[in-house]
Design a protein around this ligand. Structure first.
Ligand code: MN
Length: 422
């Protein structure tokens, strides 16, 4: 589990010079996968790997003979590790592949992307315990955390068709809302549009219907991780969510980053899974030695906002959220996958598991406006003086993430951005 090998060697550099720059999201130790094409070309999307400020076209480099990311994701871990080793060796400084592979590079500035794989099914979990507690207080002051929360990884089945790649604008949704003091609901544009800072876990190898995946095997079924913004219409949500959970408040758009950072790339950035004293320990099917030792991910996340006015005036985006995944997530990715399949439910390559909003324990680590503004009661003031309770038309939100640790080279996730249209 979490094996460190030559592909993680901090001394390894690339002949793609931009990959060696300090602070690059895509050094040779990362090698995330996405689907790209030349901007405006209208060609079919192809599988690429980000390296520095370039994309390596895997088919042009002779590494795959398909454009089907899902087929690549379905490979067993040994196959994935072999491809990673080939990529790392070929991109390493001094490689004999340099002359040939240099022809297969496309500058990222010339690329456009799509959702990195075909997402057949999408499930959103609720692993952020600080988020669940704060939101719970707003919706149900008497009982913020439901009695099942510390026993069951809570989730709901989302909708895959409205998942979009970073950079895709979306329209403010319309729907039914009902003010607490109103006798009847009304219809109109959402007034409480929010973001949710999440990670998306992509399933690699699937499992057959009726065949649960045990906790110790769960990570072998995960391909990798991307950034995920689960845009949420809080006023629609409040009126519709009982008794069956979120519906139209969530399925009008969800934004993913173009790149999937593989589980192999994350091996140096694992952290122990622990439970606070006094909390129940997970049931045996959600507990395993490897999960305890390194089930958590040491990832830093941040969210930035740029309003239309800031964009016009050339002001840089302002930070809304900054926090650590391991301080936010009550359940690990392995636990989510083991729980999802324990009843025999079959997952397929490319399925997406949302982490739920990853709010840390402190106010600056709150992963949604609902929390930052206490349900819209306390506006936040941006550096230029503008105020926000919820998102306004023209606002652009940017999610970023990275891993940093002594003895390892920093890797990043790129970004997941989206702009609200009227
Ligand atoms: Mn969510």
């Amino acid at each position: 589990m979490y094996d460190i090998d030559a592909t993680h060697d901090p001394k390894r550099t690339s002949w793609v010079e931009s990959a060696n720059a300090a602070g690059s999201d895509f050094p040779i130790q990362n090698l995330p996968f996405g689907r790209f094409r030349r901007k405006g070309s209208g060609e079919a999307f192809r599988i690429g790997v980000a390296i520095g400020d370039q994309v390596l076209d895997l088919r042009a480099a002779g590494l795959v003979d398909t454009d089907d990311m899902n087929a690549l994701m379905a490979a067993a871990p040994a196959g994935r590790r072999a491809l990673r080793a080939k990529l790392s060796d070929g991109l390493a400084a001094g490689s004999t592949q340099q002359a040939a592979w240099a022809q297969a590079l496309v500058p990222q500035a010339d690329c456009e992307y799509t959702v990195p794989c075909r997402v057949g099914d999408y499930t959103d979990f609720y692993t952020g315990i600080h988020h669940a507690t704060t939101i719970g207080k707003l919706f149900r002051p008497d009982q913020p955390l439901m009695p099942n929360y510390k026993w069951v990884p809570i989730g709901y089945h989302g909708r895959a068709s409205s998942i979009v790649v970073s950079g895709t604008p979306f329209k403010r949704p319309q729907g039914q809302t009902k003010a607490p003091d109103a006798a009847e609901p009304s219809f109109g544009p959402c007034k409480r549009l929010d973001y949710e800072l999440e990670l998306g876990f992509y399933v690699g190898q699937g499992n057959a219907l009726g065949q649960p995946v045990g906790i110790d095997d769960a990570e072998a079924h995960l391909f990798g991780v991307g950034l995920f913004n689960d845009w949420s219409a809080r006023d629609l949500q409040a009126w519709e969510y009982q008794p069956l959970g979120p519906f139209l408040a969530k399925n009008f758009a969800s934004t993913v980053s173009p790149w999937i950072v593989t589980m192999e790339a994350l091996a140096p950035f694992r952290a122990p899974f622990t439970r606070p004293a006094g909390d129940p320990q997970p049931l045996p099917y959600l507990d395993g030695a490897a999960n305890r030792e390194g089930g958590q991910l040491d990832i830093t996340l941040e969210v930035l906002v740029q309003t239309a006015k800031m964009r016009e005036q050339g002001e840089a985006p302002a930070r809304l959220t900054h926090g650590l995944v391991k301080e936010a997530a009550y359940w690990t990715a392995a636990q989510l996958l083991a729980h999802h399949t324990v009843n025999g439910c079959n997952l397929q390559p490319g399925d997406l598991l949302g982490s739920g909003t990853l709010s840390g324990p402190t106010p600056d680590a709150a992963g949604s406006l609902m929390e930052l503004t206490l349900g819209g009661k306390q506006p936040i003031t941006l550096p230029g003086g503008e105020q926000r309770t919820f998102l306004q038309d023209g606002d652009t939100l940017v999610l970023r993430g990275w891993c940093e640790r002594a003895g390892a080279v920093r890797i990043g996730f790129g970004e997941a951005s989206g702009t609200v249209l009227a």
